[in-house]
Design a protein around this ligand. Structure first.
Ligand code: CP3
Length: 357
């Protein structure tokens, strides 16, 4: 631990303590509103940047269980969130599937051997998550040891469509032209790819739960690139099959679905059958609450709101809390926290949700 780290605030919980995050995720009104932040272990935290510097390669960092546990717990101690999310990435599934993935400084993920045709898709190795991603499970074990039940641990995987986008595009993309080109020109090959991804993703999430995570999130960040009818034809059945598989193995573990930039798909996301549906800031809370009275949601403050002064953040959160009333709701941003966010503003967000300021 670095000397600049604030003193640990984690105290042992009493036997009867019920975690507000899990209460809300199960659709019950929690004793106090729970909050966590997408990408909460990350570059806006000086202590994260200190650990990050130890590894020239981001993937090597993800493969170091001790350091994974250290940065996973940082936002719990330093920001006061009600859940930890395992430090890893949705793209760790790519190397087990034979893809040569690198995170390039200043550029993001690059796949050096993208797959573009039916033959490459057919030849993809299925990957054995138990062997190839053992380092993730070691990270889960060490994180659970360090958290000692103080807050729940969230595991995660990417949605098959979002992960496929990196495999086919070869990296981040503005249009997803190659993936959507494949989808429209050779739907059979596209569906074969998504089926393979859905199978490995389901196995991966189940193993995370077996290892002890308390909830899982499917992050289908780029689902909003599709029209509603294309989403229904090309993505919904695959995400649905991941959710159905996890449900069949672990009916009691809460499952969160998150997608970005897709307000027109809200009804479809609700139909996927996850316990919690993540919202980005393009969705108005009153409308989502009114249209889906029985659905628990997560979100949805615009991450850029954390660039406003703390008093504005507090006022905005109070306004949103008045809209939610007593509904079970998991507070979060509408997408990942941005690296230039002032730490004290992230803290103000969390404290405002808790009603401490
Ligand atoms: O704190 C947490 O939320 C846990 C860790 C986490 C990371 N990535 C760490 C990370 C999680 C949950 C993710 C998910 C992820 N990764 C998504 C879905 C959620 C979203 O934000 O939409 C996606 C699309 C990715 C793919 C990815 N990983 C990209 C496009 C990039 C480069 C852009 C960027 O943000 O830097 C990454 C790299 C990455 N993943 C970093 C971190 C902390 C930054 C790398 C670094 O520190 O050098």
């Amino acid at each position: 631990m670095n000397s600049s780290t604030p003193p640990q605030s984690r105290q042992p919980r009493s036997e009867s303590f019920v975690h507000p995050f899990l209460e809300a995720a199960h659709g019950r009104a929690p004793a106090r509103p729970p909050v966590w932040i997408m990408r909460q272990a990350g570059r806006y935290l000086p202590d994260y940047r200190r650990v990050r510097k130890l590894f020239p390669s981001f993937l090597d960092f993800c493969r170091s269980p001790e350091h994974v546990a250290e940065v996973t717990v940082q936002p719990v101690d330093q920001i006061g969130v009600d859940a930890a999310i395992l430090f890893s990435d949705i793209l760790v599934l790519l190397p087990p599937m034979g893809l040569n993935l690198e995170f390039v400084e200043g550029e993001g993920p690059v796949v050096h051997n993208p797959i573009r045709d039916a033959a490459a898709i057919e030849a993809l190795p299925g990957g054995d998550v138990n062997v190839d991603l053992n380092y993730v499970f070691q990270g889960i074990q060490l994180t659970l040891r360090d958290l000692a039940g103080y807050v729940p641990l969230i595991g995660f995987a990417g949605g098959p469509f979002t992960v496929a986008s990196y495999m086919v595009e070869g990296g981040s993309s503005k249009e997803l032209a190659k993936l959507k080109g494949l989808m429209f020109s050779n739907p059979k090959a596209y569906h074969m790819l998504l089926e393979k991804l859905a199978t490995i993703t389901g196995a991966y999430l189940c193993e995370q739960i077996r290892q002890g995570v308390d909830a899982v999130t499917i992050m289908d960040s780029w689902a909003g690139y599709l029209s509603p009818s294309d989403y229904r034809e090309f993505v919904f059945p695959h995400t649905r099959s991941v959710i159905a598989h996890v449900r069949s193995q672990f009916p009691k573990t809460p499952l969160i679905h998150y997608a970005n930039g897709a307000p027109t798909l809200l009804g479809d996301f609700v139909n996927l059958g996850a316990d919690v549906v993540g919202l980005d800031w393009r969705v108005e809370l009153p409308q989502a609450f009114k249209e889906h009275p029985a659905q628990t949601f997560q979100g949805n403050l615009d991450p850029c709101y954390l660039f406003a002064p703390p008093e504005k953040i507090v006022a905005k959160v109070h306004e949103m809390k008045a809209i939610a009333g007593n509904r079970p709701h998991i507070w979060n941003l509408g997408h990942g926290i941005l690296p230039t966010t002032p730490v004290e503003n992230a803290r103000a967000f969390v404290q405002a949700v808790h009603g401490e300021i």
